[in-house]
Design a protein around this ligand. Structure first.
Ligand SMILES: C[S@@+](CC[C@H](N)C(=O)[O-])C[C@H]1O[C@@H](n2cnc3c(N)ncnc32)[C@H](O)[C@@H]1O
Length: 176
């Protein structure tokens, strides 16, 4: 569903951000959408994630991967972006103790929404099954709910038939 929301608005030549590179699935997806004339800017705090993603992408000049926290996103963005993807939590197959945390997540979300072009989209997949996950998700929910409705639409997609702390998706679109 996150990919659908993003694919709906991102065109060739656009700039998009992967705020949590991980194993690079979303980075690869974004690179395919923006094409060689566009730009993807990616962040992760783990060397392992950068390496996995480099291997997955091969040579893609349109993609710049940064071994840095998305909390520092502001210093890497020169202008508007069409989409920013957040996939919170830990690296699948990696150290489950290294997780996204509210301070940097909220700081990055603020930067992301401020840099969104009109009709641009931010997606956040929140996981509540690991320690700290539900606190982070709650803080993200509260921040998103407070966004001005004249400028942003905020939607939430969740499973209604999965009982065990299933992840959910928040989608934000800039209106004006
Ligand atoms: C669920 S994984 C992302 C999966 C990824 N979207 C994919 O397609 O494979 C979450 C990632 O966020 C990274 N992460 C944690 N804190 C971060 C931070 N402050 N800035 C950037 N990445 C962070 C973790 O290292 C982990 O690789």
């Amino acid at each position: 569903m996150a990919h659908r929301l993003i694919a709906d608005v991102v065109d060739a030549g656009d700039t998009a951000v992967d705020a949590t590179i991980g194993n690079g699935h979303d980075t690869l997806f974004l690179a395919g959408l923006v094409g060689p004339s566009g730009h993807v800017i990616g962040f992760d705090i783990q060397e392992q994630a950068i390496e996995q993603t480099r291997n997955r992408l091969g040579e893609a000049e349109s993609v710049k991967l940064h071994l840095d926290s998305h909390g520092n996103m502001e210093s890497y963005l020169a202008g508007e972006v069409k989409a920013v993807m957040f996939n919170l939590g830990y690296l699948p197959g990696g150290d489950q103790k290294i997780i996204t945390v509210p301070d940097s997540t909220l700081s990055a979300l603020k930067t992301a929404t401020e840099h969104l072009s009109i009709h641009g989209v931010v997606t956040i997949v929140a996981y509540i099954g690991h320690e700290g996950g539900s606190d982070e998700a709650l803080q993200v929910d509260q921040w998103a709910e407070a966004l001005c409705a004249d400028h942003y639409s905020v939607v939430r997609y969740e499973f209604t038939n999965r009982k065990n702390k299933a992840p959910y998706l928040i989608g934000i679109q800039r209106l004006a």
